[in-house]
Design a protein around this ligand. Structure first.
Ligand SMILES: NC(=O)c1ccc[n+]([C@@H]2O[C@H](COP(=O)([O-])OP(=O)(O)OC[C@H]3O[C@@H](n4cnc5c(N)ncnc54)[C@H](OP(=O)(O)O)[C@@H]3O)[C@@H](O)[C@H]2O)c1
Length: 270
């Protein structure tokens, strides 16, 4: 999903879009070979094991892609003088804080996905000084499987939806994240940034907004996460303060409501 948005946003640059068929990021040899062949100025490393529930039952696979894959990219980027953008997650935090998380707040992931992404962050920091680590959250956009699409699918088939109300975060449109990545790369920025659409909500509020904006009239019922079928632990509060953007006077992304409306308006009608 994010890879496709980046391809659209970076279109004026020379791009080498790669799928998992063309490059397996878990192979250091393959990554080294390709990066030394292409010698890119920047690597936008979007590959990830992104299924949070599956990462609990297949941790080896998750760490292989999220931790080793990031290490391999970092090593190859350093050897070839390329900059590296690594995308990380709000799930590096445990959600016990009562204010939005800043870039340097203490991390403490609650699940294997979060731990594997955090391991990726450490590899990037230690192996490739020329890096941007972009932590983002609750992504939606075209070309992906995500919460917004799931709610739209369910809304067509159900009369009532039960949605978790006690987890709070910031939904982020992949197009907006790609745009901010372009600003950061072209602006010569380095280090760790939190990048999300502005504002925050619970999954329940997000579902309600999706249903209202799409003109469905079903009931959206709030439930506690303990009543959800998924056993995976997730932070109750993982709002990311985009503090480094603010410190540098960079305009923050539009609100998640406006971004969601833009995404829904741009979706092909059935
Ligand atoms: N989605 C979110 O809410 C969210 C939130 C915070 C951070 N992020 C991070 O943002 C990045 C992009 O997320 P996304 O939502 O765009 O993910 P996505 O749609 O699931 O795409 C991930 C891509 O990684 C590829 N991939 C998996 N294993 C690979 C391997 N061994 N070698 C090469 N490619 C491999 C997948 O290819 P196949 O489909 O062929 O396997 C897929 O194209 C990820 O690093 C993710 O952790 C996502």
């Amino acid at each position: 999903m994010l890879g496709q948005a980046l391809c659209r946003t970076f279109a004026k640059h020379t791009l080498y879009p790669l799928s998992s068929r063309k490059l397996d990021v878990t192979s250091l040899d393959a990554v080294r070979h390709l990066v030394s062949d292409l010698k890119p100025d920047w690597i936008l490393h979007t590959a990830g094991f992104t299924d949070v529930e599956k990462a609990e039952v297949k941790p080896l696979e998750a760490y292989r892609v999220n931790a080793l894959g990031a290490r391999n990219m970092a090593v190859a980027a350093f050897e070839n003088g390329s900059g590296l953008v690594y995308y990380s997650t709000d799930y590096v935090f445990d959600g016990t804080q009562d204010r939005p998380y800043r870039e340097w707040d203490p991390v403490n992931p609650l699940n294997e996905y979060g731990r594997s992404k955090l391991a990726g962050e450490s590899f990037v920091r230690s192996h490739c000084p020329l890096h941007l680590i972009v932590r983002t959250s609750w992504l939606f956009g075209s070309g992906g499987s995500h919460f917004v699409r799931k709610i739209l699918d369910l809304a067509q088939r159900k009369e009532r939806l039960d949605v978790v109300i006690d987890q709070r975060g910031s939904p982020t449109f992949s197009t907006d994240l790609a745009y901010m990545t372009l600003c950061l790369v072209e602006g010569g920025k380095m280090g760790t940034y939190h990048v999300t659409n502005s504002g925050s909500c619970s999954w329940h509020e997000l579902a309600f907004e999706i249903v209202s904006l799409s003109g469905f009239s079903l009931e959206v019922n709030p439930i506690e996460s303990s009543k959800d079928f998924t056993q995976t632990r997730r932070p109750a509060y993982s709002v990311l303060e985009n503090y480094c953007l603010e410190l540098e006077g960079i305009s923050l992304l539009r609100t998640w409501q406006r971004a969601l409306a833009a995404f829904l308006n741009g979706m092909p009608k059935e």
